[in-house]
Design a protein around this ligand. Sequence first.
Ligand SMILES: [Zn+2]
Length: 143
Amino acid sequence: MTDTKKTALPEAPASVTYTITSKDGFNALFTIREMSGLALLKKMPAIEEKLLGLEYVPQVKKAWGEKKPVVYVEGKLCPKCEGKLKKIISKKDSKEYWSCENGKYDFQTKTKSGCDFFTSPDQYKAKEETSDQTDFGTPDEDY
Ligand SMILES: [Zn+2]
């Protein structure tokens, strides 16, 4: 019997964590561990190819000014479809905008789909104040 076959690596000294997004938009952290950085480096291309094959996309942190994972606006829902609102910091003016989580943008075809609700916090609040009959209520958990 060989000890080298052990796969349980409780204290694997080398690890790499991929920050990825599934094709349905779920953000995930995927960590692989190895006994050495070199072994890890050998493994990585195969892992990356596999992830791409499963349509996971890397979260590119520098682009789009999004340094963090998706941040949702607490207690506010999209007035069109009641989806959650995502906070977006504009690269242009560094201002905060809210966009509906159900809005999708296809970078390949450059087309939008789903919900196109997009606003700034100020616009949203102004709208809330002017239209009193719009009762957003408490968010339902019908996700
Ligand atoms: Zn919406």
